[in-house]
Design a protein around this ligand. Structure first.
Ligand code: NAG
Length: 228
């Protein structure tokens, strides 16, 4: 469904196609849609999606632990965490790896506590970066998506700051609570109620990705200027 979605309805269609398919079962992985060609000049993106992950769903398949994996903390994560801020095209595809710029952790020193808290990796293995490298989860997000965020976001610190600012401003836990939806592992709510509540509180439909009947990811769409 996503591949054929047009214009500003991209997120909305993805959600409703899940509903039509009987709500759950099939995860709507982004990888099911071919990304725009890598390494070529790519046109400017159309809108941003703030992708949030639900650790309970992802961590339920953690098999071994390591220091970088947020799933392995002594205090379990009980809140949505950031996956990334993604520039997208209206046609369901997205630009990726737009510039040759390597990730530099030192530039993010001022944000390190916030990144650890709100944007942890939920895996042990390092992530692929553009141009066949590997690195921390943040390197993957910056190189693959962040470099395509121009002309709105130009550099690394600005990219991570923008994502964290949105995350703090649009607290989905609070939005869901306005509809008496208290997010936690094992609680079940009708998907339509989740969508309606976010729609009401946020002003736009979320895109929801499920895995084996549980919410794995929730995405909010923003216009290019980072307004909802
Ligand atoms: C979001 O709101 C919940 C409920 O009020 C709160 O516990 C949580 O700390 C907030 N999250 C962030 C990142 O501010």
């Amino acid at each position: 469904a996503m591949a054929t979605a047009t214009a500003t309805t991209a997120c909305l269609l993805a959600v409703w196609s899940l509903v039509a398919a009987g709500l759950f079962g099939t995860g709507l992985a982004r990888s099911s849609v071919a990304p725009a060609a890598v390494g070529k000049e790519q046109r400017e993106f159309d809108y941003f999606a703030l992708a949030l992950q639900w650790p309970g769903t992802i961590c339920s398949s953690t098999r071994h632990c390591c220091a970088v994996n947020g799933c392995c903390r002594s205090e379990a994560l009980h809140t949505f965490t950031i996956h990334g801020l993604w520039p997208d095209y209206d046609d369901g595809t997205w630009p990726s790896c737009c510039r040759h710029t390597s990730f530099d952790m030192d530039k993010l020193t001022p944000l390190k506590p916030a990144l650890d808290k709100y944007w942890p990796s939920l895996y042990c293995s390092s992530s692929s970066t553009c141009f066949s490298g590997r690195g921390p989860f943040w390197a993957h997000e910056w190189e693959k998506h962040g470099t395509c965020s121009a002309p709105v976001v130009h550099e690394e610190l600005q990219y991570f700051t923008a994502a964290i600012d949105l995350y703090l401003k649009y607290n989905v836990t609070e939005m869901l609570a306005t509809g008496d939806i208290l997010v936690s592992n094992g609680k079940e709510y009708a998907l339509s109620d989740v969508i309606d509540t976010i729609k009401h509180a946020f002003g736009g439909s979320p895109q929801i990705i499920c895995k084996k009947g549980s919410v794995e990811e929730l995405r909010l769409c923003f216009t290019k200027d980072l307004k909802e």
